[in-house]
Design a protein around this ligand. Structure first.
Ligand SMILES: NC(=O)c1ccc[n+]([C@@H]2O[C@H](COP(=O)([O-])OP(=O)(O)OC[C@H]3O[C@@H](n4cnc5c(N)ncnc54)[C@H](OP(=O)(O)O)[C@@H]3O)[C@@H](O)[C@H]2O)c1
Length: 271
């Protein structure tokens, strides 16, 4: 029998990278509302992270801001020390930080390519590796979760939907998907669950020009069978489920939170 538990993450500690805005901020808040203590990572917007920390505290959970550039190995290695120093353990990592640096392929600079790969793909590698190291050191805490640890990788419908003009971004997201699945296969025997959350078009600052005017939003909606642009909270709810024991037998899976964007909407009317 399934019971509705308003605090399925009670007693757990969750680290969210890129928690200072958009999807990461909504996810950090939702994890806190589900009972987790939350570390809200940021790089350049401490005020955004602080705001979410205060919101989480007002909702009754513990929270701290954590500054680190996810593409910097030293900073990523230091982050869990501060986190565990505060909360005692780490149960959940949501690897969410990401950037776009768009350009037509023939104009794309090596710097644009590398910055996106470094933050999106290498950043998730560094954060996930640190989380796995910490999960392996700490035991299972059966009173809070059946799993030894949970990792949720944020990538995108662009793991499968090809994206001209954004080749660095699409390559980084497809890379994260394969890293996620291979890692899930490798660490499942240790009781660590790794899964992925692949949003479609969600209203955040990363894609503001795609939805901020009604003309742009109309054009975007042509790609979304469900007929609305997503909100950060849509993705956050899926993250809470993936972090909770409600998904305990879900390992190495991508949850598309995309209103059907990955369903080849161009083929709705006979292609
Ligand atoms: N919005 C969408 O439609 C959509 C769709 C699919 C996937 N996604 C993915 O969802 C994730 C969140 O994006 P979003 O839409 O919420 O965009 P956003 O509002 O721009 O948030 C991006 C977050 O990443 C953080 N970040 C950037 N570089 C960082 C670095 N080097 N180290 C640590 N943190 C860094 C930012 O922190 P600071 O601002 O503090 O630097 C910010 O909190 C990204 O991985 C994105 O690719 C978004």
């Amino acid at each position: 029998m399934v019971h509705d538990n308003p605090h399925p993450l009670h007693g757990q500690a969750a680290l969210v990278t890129g928690g200072s805005s958009g999807i990461g901020a909504a996810t950090a808040y939702a994890l806190g509302a589900a009972g987790a203590a939350v570390g809200v990572n940021y790089r350049s917007h401490p005020e955004g992270a602080q705001r979410i920390v205060e919101n989480i505290r007002e909702s009754g959970s513990k929270a701290i801001p954590l500054e680190a550039d996810v593409s910097n190995e030293t900073e990523v290695q230091a982050m869990p020390d501060a986190f565990i120093g505060e909360f005692g353990r780490i149960d959940i990592l949501v690897a969410n930080s990401g950037i776009q640096q768009d350009a037509p392929f023939s104009d794309m600079t090596l710097d644009q390519w590398q910055r996106v790969i470094n933050v999106n793909l290498t950043g998730q590698f560094l954060c996930a590796r640190e989380a796995v190291r910490r999960f392996l050191k700490q035991g299972v805490a059966p009173s809070v979760s059946r799993a030894r640890g949970k990792i949720i990788c944020l990538y995108s419908v662009h793991e499968v939907v090809l994206w001209a003009g954004h080749i660095n971004y699409a390559a980084s997201k497809g890379g994260i998907m394969l890293m996620m699945k291979s890692l899930a296969q490798e660490v499942a025997e240790h009781g660590i669950r790794v899964n992925g959350n692949a949003p479609g078009a969600i209203k955040t600052s990363i894609n503001r020009e795609a939805w901020s005017t009604s003309a742009a939003e109309r054009k975007l909606l042509e790609l979304i069978p469900y007929g609305r642009v997503g909100e950060p909270e849509d993705v956050a709810k899926a993250a809470v489920w993936l972090a909770s024991d409600a998904s305990d037998y879900v390992v190495g899976t991508t949850i598309f939170v995309d209103g059907g964007m990955a369903l080849y909407p161009g083929f709705r009317e006979n292609g």
